[in-house]
Ligand binder design. Structure first.
Ligand SMILES: NC(=O)c1ccc[n+]([C@@H]2O[C@H](COP(=O)([O-])OP(=O)(O)OC[C@H]3O[C@@H](n4cnc5c(N)ncnc54)[C@H](OP(=O)(O)O)[C@@H]3O)[C@@H](O)[C@H]2O)c1
Length: 396
């Protein structure tokens, strides 16, 4: 077998397993991976379990933070003695074989004498895809991939990581709050939020898991948001998400919540190629970064698409789009929304308030997903473009 194939999975030749115990323990690796959600970014979240053939769990691990041990190494370090000959190492993502910030996981697996490895999903990174499993097999280790349903879940768990490698852009989750009639605001200056504390707390969790939080200038002007991670999750988010504003004419106020906090958490404003230079200078003096889109040309990507490509190149895997109806509509129109989370709050608002019609495709997609209670609100979460459907995402 070639150690590296152009197929990003590089996994077509790795046989699958559907054994009950393998399923159960792969499932556990996916749960463990979630523990690394805010810290591992921009690395993928990964979990690992070492267990005997009888199902006794000897050790567990997950990738806690970028630059620290990968899940496989953390798991093997959690087991002090020899690895029993019948033990299997379960991992939610194929083990890496390359020297990055940490040494290759395959080295540790071979050195510790692990005889069997089962992983849930392949790695989309072309520098690594398929190499780890090939190296393990060359060392005489039995390697299996998980069943395709678990592989799909594992791919979705790291949708942003796979999206950047396979599509050249981050995974975009649009999140908004609306009244039952589709209004995004009440017009009541006394009412800052539509939703209750449970829903707003969940938004901080979504922000913490994202490399960037984005809105349009309309939201920045109307709400003066900070778009930061606050509350208990802030301490567990070593690398707070960058704030990104799509603001074609550079209207972002110099004394607003975003510009004022730009020295603490980066703010990037994306504007037209010909936006006023004096505004750029003034924003830069405030510590705000300004990115000018390329001049329009036939066939060139629209501003949202160009912005996403630029963010991917800067290592941003996941974007949380917290825009108002205008930018949401622009993203939806360009088919750039991958997942939608709508909070429906039991609040009345006049029809003249900003919003999206209930028959807008994005609203329809979101509301078609089952509603979960979120305090007094209802949360609808829909996956529009699942990671396992990205071109080249599945080996078979
Ligand atoms: N309930 C919620 O979840 C929620 C969330 C956010 C906002 N809101 C509410 O929504 C209202 C603001 O709505 P909004 O639609 O004006 O906010 P928005 O969508 O965040 O911003 C719209 C602005 O973004 C800029 N923009 C940059 N690139 C664009 C593109 N490709 N397509 C379209 N616009 C682009 C445009 O201004 P330029 O042309 O100057 O660049 C546009 O006017 C406020 O009342 C706010 O309170 C509610």
């Amino acid at each position: 077998m070639s150690p590296h194939t152009d197929d990003c999975r590089g996994a077509a030749t790795v046989p699958r397993t559907d054994a009950g115990l393998d399923r159960l323990l792969l499932d556990r690796t996916l749960d463990l991976a979630e523990l690394g959600r805010p810290g591992a970014r921009p690395n993928p979240v990964v979990g690992a379990v070492l267990a005997t053939a009888g199902g006794e769990v000897l050790a567990t691990g997950h990738h806690v933070r970028r630059g620290e041990a990968h899940a496989e190494r953390a798991c093997l370090a959690d087991h002090a003695g020899d690895v029993p000959a019948d033990a299997t190492l379960y991992v939610s993502l194929e083990p890496c074989s390359h020297h990055g910030r940490t040494p290759p996981c395959t080295e540790a697996i071979i050195e510790r004498g692990v005889q069997r490895v089962v992983y849930a999903s392949g790695d989309a990174n072309p520098d690594t895809a398929g190499r780890g499993p090939a190296q393990l097999m060359a060392a005489g280790i039995e390697v299996r991939r998980g069943p395709s349903d678990i592989e799909r879940r594992a791919l979705q768990q790291n949708a942003g990581f796979h999206s950047v490698h396979l599509r050249g852009r981050p995974y975009v989750t649009a999140k908004w709050a609306m009244t039952p009639t589709g209004r995004f605001a009440t017009g009541d200056p006394e009412r800052r939020w539509l939703t209750g504390p449970e829903s707003r707390g969940f938004v901080h969790y979504l922000r913490a898991g994202s490399g960037a939080v984005m809105c349009g200038i309309g939201t920045a002007l109307a709400d003066d948001p900070r778009l930061t991670v606050r509350g208990p999750l802030a301490a567990r988010t070593p690398d707070p998400p960058m704030r990104v504003v799509l603001d074609r004419e550079l209207r972002l106020p110099l004394d607003g919540g975003l510009a004022r906090t730009a020295d603490d958490v980066p703010v990037l404003v994306c504007c037209r190629y010909d936006a006023p230079a004096e505004r750029e200078l003034a924003l830069r003096e405030r510590g705000v970064e300004v990115w000018r889109a390329p001049a329009p040309a036939p066939g060139a990507p629209c501003l949202p698409a160009a912005t996403l490509a630029m963010l991917a190149a800067r290592g941003i895997n996941d974007v949380l789009l917290e825009a108002g109806p205008r930018l949401l509509d622009a993203f939806a129109d360009a088919d750039l929304v991958d997942a939608a989370i709508a909070f429906v709050a039991p609040v009345d608002a006049p029809d003249d308030q900003p919003g999206l019609a209930l028959d807008h495709p994005l609203v329809q997609l979101a509301l078609a997903a089952p509603g979960e209670p979120s305090g007094d609100d209802t949360r609808h979460a829909a996956v529009i473009h699942p990671a396992w459907a990205f071109p080249g995402a599945l080996a078979d």
